[in-house]
Design a protein around this ligand. Structure first.
Ligand code: 13P
Length: 342
């Protein structure tokens, strides 16, 4: 298989200074987000919200790619351009979520398996035609009493690898996202151990399915203390544990790691990314593919009111620029205050 084009798109996605905006919330998830600001989840409101994000002036300086949802990739801006065109005009690469969500795993209480392989080959052809150059598939691993099981990790890894192989065949760069959730009372050591096991399984499966590592991107979780753990690791500890874990298992052939935010606050996610980029040299780009950590302040500023669009876009531009700085380890908390005064 010729993969030069895929490799070049993968490198563009992790270009210096830039990261990915995950705006691929499924219909139930975006409904939750809009409800949190008192906005009804109609198709027009979902479109209007994404319009705010994608038409933010200058955002192409900090954002390399945007992950869209099936509905979103077909929508247009207020002035009639497709979202795909709008992104491309800012040199942003359009991408698409292709999994069908994490569903309860039969016989494995508390664990989930991601669905979506059926018909994937055909869906990828259509998405590629609509302009998507990369795809995303998210697997979810939970930590709890006697979980995760080996079977859950292995089955999710196998599905991720099958998805990645089919994507490359369709000339679409796969983002491989095995997310070990931060929900729970577990320690950072336990999160480290499960993240390592999961990534080992994922890279074993990717190799067995002959996925070209230079032509994919890994989207991992950071290694953190459980949300409800009484002992919370410091920013430096999180950065060191995450990079140590990745070094053990992620091959140097992978062009970049784009971390998910996973329920951290926007500031925490930026601080952790920044601290990782201040550590010693690693073989991959350390970047971001944040959903909530880029969008939380935008939603709060927008509130569904057209009069707030400029303020919401300022909030998005600011968050994206802070994360861009964090890619060099050059972010400082003072940047947040400067925004407040401006
Ligand atoms: P969060 O950054 O909110 O975790 O979202 C990233 C994502 O794409 C989850 O699949």
């Amino acid at each position: 298989m010729k993969t030069q084009n895929l490799e070049s798109v993968a490198r563009d996605l992790v270009a210096a200074r830039k990261g990915i905006l995950a705006a691929d919330e499924s219909t139930p998830t975006i409904e939750k987000r809009l409800k949190s600001i008192g906005v009804a989840s109609t198709e027009e409101n979902r479109r209007a919200y994404r319009d705010v994000l994608f038409t933010t002036a200058g955002i192409g300086e900090f954002i390399s790619g945007v992950i869209l949802f099936d509905e979103t990739i077909r929508q247009k801006t207020r002035d009639g351009r497709t979202f795909v065109e709008t992104l491309e005009q800012q040199a942003i690469v359009p991408g698409i979520k292709v999994d069908k969500g994490a569903k309860p795993m039969a016989n494995f209480p508390g664990e989930k398996i991601t669905e979506g392989l059926d018909g994937l080959r055909e869906r990828l052809v259509e998405y590629r035609r609509l302009g998507a150059r990369f795809a995303k598939w998210r697997a979810v691993i939970s930590i709890g009493d006697k979980i995760p099981t080996r079977r859950c990790i292995k089955t999710n890894a196998e599905l991720l690898a099958r998805y990645a192989a089919v994507s490359q065949e369709a000339d679409v760069v796969p983002i491989v996202e095995p997310e070990v959730l931060m929900d729970g009372t577990h320690t950072i050591e336990r999160h480290f151990e499960v993240t390592q096991q999961t990534l080992e399984s994922v890279f074993h499966a990717l190799s067995e399915h002959r996925v070209v590592l230079e032509a994919m991107i890994l989207k991992p979780n950071m290694v953190l203390s459980g949300k409800d753990c009484s002992q919370q690791a410091s920013v430096q500890e999180v950065a060191e544990a995450t990079v140590r874990c990745m070094k053990r298992v992620v091959p140097a052939a992978i062009p970049g790691l784009v971390f998910l935010s996973g329920g951290q606050t926007d500031l925490q996610a930026t601080e952790h990314l920044n601290a990782m980029n201040r550590l010693d040299h690693v073989p991959w780009e350390l970047s971001f593919s944040f959903g909530r950590a880029l969008q939380a302040p935008v939603l709060k500023a927008w509130k569904g009111d057209p009069a707030n669009v400029a303020e919401a876009q300022r909030a998005f531009h600011h968050r994206a620029s802070c994360n861009s700085k964090a890619r060099f380890g050059k972010y400082t908390p003072e940047m947040e205050t400067a925004k407040a005064i401006a």
